[in-house]
Write a new protein. Structure first.
Length: 371
């Protein structure tokens, strides 16, 4: 399986380097639900994207699968919590039945990691589970002490007290305990040679969040996560939110990488491209998702990106995949030039789109010491 993934990654790098699109999209993200148990300040789903809080139906799901052409990976994550979908594991099973070599993954806040859900996840043969964490109840005192006077008045937990998460979403102690049990089980099975999922921690970079980020890296190593992924905060739909300056983001990524390397945990960030990916993206002049990716919403509408779900280029319930993929609306996103809808987006760029991306791109990412 590892060899197959490396082969697929090599093909993608070659396509990006030559600006060659796949004949049909190989990576598919399905918006299985936009319902969520949390309501995080950082999430654009209700304010910017205005997504409907509904589930994808089984009928739409199967009709979409009917149109796909042997995808290499399917991510069952939209702008909600995928484990809230009542048929999420039926979805996984149906993908495996139709596309045996397809990687299936999802991103979760882990609040639904009961023992029963853990058993279902492990039985489902999921390739990867991404767990989104922003801050933990580091101690009993931190979990119970009233919030500071400048604490945000918004409440991510939809009506419940939240004294833990400062900028992201809360992770109660019981969720942390379940995560530990989940990882213990996964790692025991992997050590025995069984093909159990890779579990990654996903962390959003917040201003003044270096200490918390490093503690999360420590927790990832201690709990047994297989990798950490750092994600840039997108504030385009929320001008009241702040993100680190570009220079601070560079320092945070460098510090996190240094800490992760010392602990033996792989750490990555799509906003800190390695040399090969930086070359393949033509130094941030070409989005790394355009060559082989589509986003499919709960109604079967196709968009080039999860951040552009309103820019529909077709519908897989109504149209063949090739008609959409090779249609003029989709190809326009591929160039020449940057599509107007993509101007200002830096979700997958090494630089910040604003200000002065060319000037900032020239600045190197230096290793940062703890001193």
């Amino acid at each position: 399986m590892l060899a197959l993934r490396l082969y697929r990654q090599a093909k993608k790098l070659a396509r990006l380097a030559t600006k060659t699109r796949a004949d049909t999209p190989r990576e598919v993200q399905l918006e299985v639900t936009n319902r969520c148990n949390l309501d995080c300040d950082m999430c654009p789903r209700l304010i910017l994207l205005k997504v409907p809080e509904v589930d994808m139906s089984w009928e739409t799901f199967t009709q979409v699968l009917d149109r796909l052409d042997s995808p290499e990976s399917i991510t069952l994550t939209g702008w909600g919590e995928p484990l809230m979908h009542p048929r999420i594991f039926d979805f996984v099973a149906e993908i495996h039945r139709r596309f045996p070599s397809c990687d299936v993954s999802f991103t979760t806040n882990a609040h639904f990691f009961t023992e029963a859900f853990i058993e279902k996840i492990l039985a489902a043969r999921v390739s990867r589970v991404n767990v989104s964490l922003e801050e933990l109840p580091w101690s009993d005192a931190e979990a119970t002490t009233p919030p500071p006077s400048d604490f945000r008045t918004g409440n991510p937990m939809k009506g419940h007290e939240n004294y833990v998460a400062r900028d992201g979403h809360p992770t109660p102690r019981k969720v942390v305990d379940r995560l530990r049990r989940f990882l213990d089980r996964v790692n025991a099975e992997r050590a025995a040679g069984r093909d159990f999922p890779e579990v990654r921690m996903q962390v959003v970079l917040f201003p003044e969040g270096t200490e918390i980020m490093l503690r999360l890296v420590d927790f990832a190593a201690e709990a047994g996560f297989h990798a950490v992924n750092l994600v840039r905060l997108d504030v385009r739909g929320r001008p009241d939110l702040r993100r680190p300056s570009w220079e601070d983001e560079r320092r945070m990524i460098a510090l996190a990488r240094e800490r992760a390397e010392s602990l033996g945990v792989p750490l990555g960030s799509v906003n800190d491209h390695g040399a090969l990916l930086k070359l393949a993206s033509h130094s941030d002049r070409f989005c790394v998702r355009l060559d082989n990716f589509i986003y499919v919403d709960v109604s079967g509408n196709v968009a080039p990106c999860c951040l552009l779900r309103g820019h529909r280029v077709g519908n897989l319930v109504e149209q063949p995949l090739r008609e959409i993929w090779h249609g003029e609306r989709m190809k326009r996103f591929y160039g020449p030039g940057v599509h107007p809808a993509c101007v200002g987006c830096d979700a997958f760029l090494n630089c910040y789109a604003e200000p002065a991306p060319l000037e900032r791109r020239a600045l190197p990412i230096a290793s940062v010491s703890h001193g």
